[in-house]
Ligand binder design. Structure first.
Ligand SMILES: Cc1cc2nc3c(=O)[nH]c(=O)nc-3n(C[C@H](O)[C@H](O)[C@H](O)COP(=O)(O)OP(=O)(O)OC[C@H]3O[C@@H](n4cnc5c(N)ncnc54)[C@H](O)[C@@H]3O)c2cc1C
Length: 469
């Protein structure tokens, strides 16, 4: 019997473990490192769907089975109007994130009391300095100038834009990134320091949770092997979709659950001045577009071209994969600036239901698509017109709407202090309806203005770890 069983070994789990006082506690860590699943015919045709939802840096051949396993393990029925990426090996999806952070100022955090807010903010400040992040900590004020501009090799054009090109409607700033300014690498779960001595690790997929008296039984599988792990307390950090499935199943919650996320679009502008191409890294230039008022904005991340983007473009559009297009691309490459534009999660359009076979049915509301596209188009147009007017770009551009969920920013299914009694947590992230189950990943984060949720997710996991009894 364990005192605590933790599920998952991504960023949220590892930040929780980095502050957890482990002395005197018997701890189990259950995570799928290279778990195999028996093949199921229902997932035979998954390859095409999955290939379309892979992030640009994905090394397809080596790891595709891990994405298929995410679908098999969670029994997700693919939905062609959505694109959901999940990954089960060695620390999960956290190995593929882009490192952009958008933390909230104290006045924008409305789900914690004053003391808890301070703790959350201080958690982010500690993480920011320990892991050598750069950029504006709150998107509203410059956090630490010596850490940011001085340490980053910003393209002179980006520097010039940040310094001189903002107005009331569009504010350019140095993006806050979880990319170590010393080695330029994006923070991954393996980089998080904590003492793992005494923690018993299990390479299993948790299939279900049962409550028997005051004890929890975790039913785990790896290929044909099945084990059951008993614990007094459970901490779930399996990523929003996996975690929500486990919670819905233990609570027998079969009504629809809304998945908060940030609908997005890709775009391409052509700069009047040349910029340097670089290796794939976090986006260093960002902008907020205030299309309606100062409380309602969308966030844009900019990147110059790089080999990862180039490869992805030629794989999405095989019709242009010829020597002429390739030469043209090369000529234009250092005038290209790519952008990802993200909306507030109130425009999110994904939900899911656990059916009676324990499968996840994903849903996209087709009626809402019109409003989402309109909002994305409005913001894109505002940005483009502004940049054309200021002589930064030429007046032609490209844009692409990926499927719903392509942002991969999934949160808010079991939020802290929500009114829904069943799927809600108290401020220590304990499930309101069942004692001793804690949820510390994106599921716990309530609707908020941030367009990049991971900074909030990891700071919250860090906060919960340090308070955990
Ligand atoms: C391409 C891409 C780019 C992104 N870019 C950004 C960005 O720039 N900024 C931002 O804020 N966010 C970004 N995100 C989102 C970010 O990656 C996630 O918010 C973050 O990784 C969540 O971490 P996590 O630890 O909660 O979950 P995960 O990383 O998913 O970790 C879950 C862990 O649980 C394990 N697991 C899952 N299910 C089970 C189970 N049933 N039993 C046992 N183990 C299980 C997994 O193997 C893994 O170890 C991006 C995501 C993607 C895919």
């Amino acid at each position: 019997m364990y005192d605590i069983a933790i599920i998952g070994s991504g960023l949220s789990s590892n930040f929780f473990l980095s502050t957890l006082k482990k002395k005197g506690k018997k701890i189990a860590l259950i995570s799928t490192e290279n778990t195999k699943f028996e093949s199921k015919s229902a997932y035979k045709n998954l390859n095409k769907y999955i290939n379309e939802s892979l992030p640009p840096r994905f090394k397809k051949k080596e790891h595709i089975s891990s994405v298929i396993n995410f679908y098999k393990g969670n029994k997700i029925i693919p939905n062609n109007d959505s694109s959901i990426f999940g990954y089960l090996n060695n620390g999960g999806v956290s190995n593929y994130w882009g490192g952009s952070c958008e933390f909230l100022s104290e006045k924008s955090i409305n789900f914690l009391n004053k003391k808890e807010k301070k703790q959350l903010i201080n958690s982010f400040k500690s993480i920011y300095s320990k892991y050598k992040f750069t950029g504006e900590m709150f998107g509203e004020e410059t956090a630490n100038k010596s850490n940011s501009l001085n340490h980053l090799k910003l393209d002179p054009l980006f520097k010039e834009i940040i310094k001189n090109q903002s107005n009331k409607k569009i504010r350019f700033f140095q993006n806050c990134i979880a990319s170590n300014f010393k080695n330029n690498k994006i923070l991954k779960p393996k980089d998080i320091n904590f003492n793992s001595g005494g923690i018993k690790k299990f390479n299993y997929f948790v299939n279900s949770i049962e409550k028997i008296d005051n004890i929890y039984n975790l039913n785990c599988i790896n290929n044909k092997k099945k084990i059951s792990i008993k614990a007094k307390k459970i901490v779930i950090a399996a990523g929003t979709i996996s975690t929500t499935r486990l919670i819905c199943q233990v609570l027998n919650h079969t009504t629809s659950v809304t998945l908060d996320h940030n609908p997005m679009m890709f775009g391409l502008f052509f700069l009047k001045k040349k910029i340097k191409n670089e290796n794939f890294s976090s986006s260093k230039l960002a902008a907020k577009i205030f299309s309606k008022n100062k409380n309602n904005y969308c966030t844009v991340n900019f990147r110059s071209s790089n080999s990862v983007i180039r490869k992805k473009i030629f794989s999405i559009f095989p019709q242009i994969k010829n020597s002429l297009s390739k030469s043209l691309y090369k000529i234009l490459e250092n005038r290209m600036i790519f952008l990802n534009l993200y909306l507030d999660s109130k425009y999110g359009n994904l939900s899911f239901t656990l059916n009676n076979k324990n499968e996840i049915n994903l849903k996209v509301n087709k009626k809402k698509m019109h409003i989402i596209k309109k909002e994305l188009n409005n913001n894109f147009r505002l940005l483009k017109n502004y940049m054309v007017k200021n002589n930064l770009i030429y007046p032609f551009s490209f844009k692409l709407f990926p499927k719903m969920g392509s942002d991969n920013h999934y949160t808010g299914t079991i939020p802290i202090n929500s009114k829904n009694k069943k799927l809600s947590l108290n401020s220590n992230c304990e499930l309101k309806g069942l004692k001793n189950i804690f949820v510390i990943d994106g599921s716990a984060i309530p609707k908020n203005k941030s367009k990049f949720p991971t900074a909030l997710i990891i700071s919250n996991a860090y906060r919960i770890g340090s308070n955990f009894k």
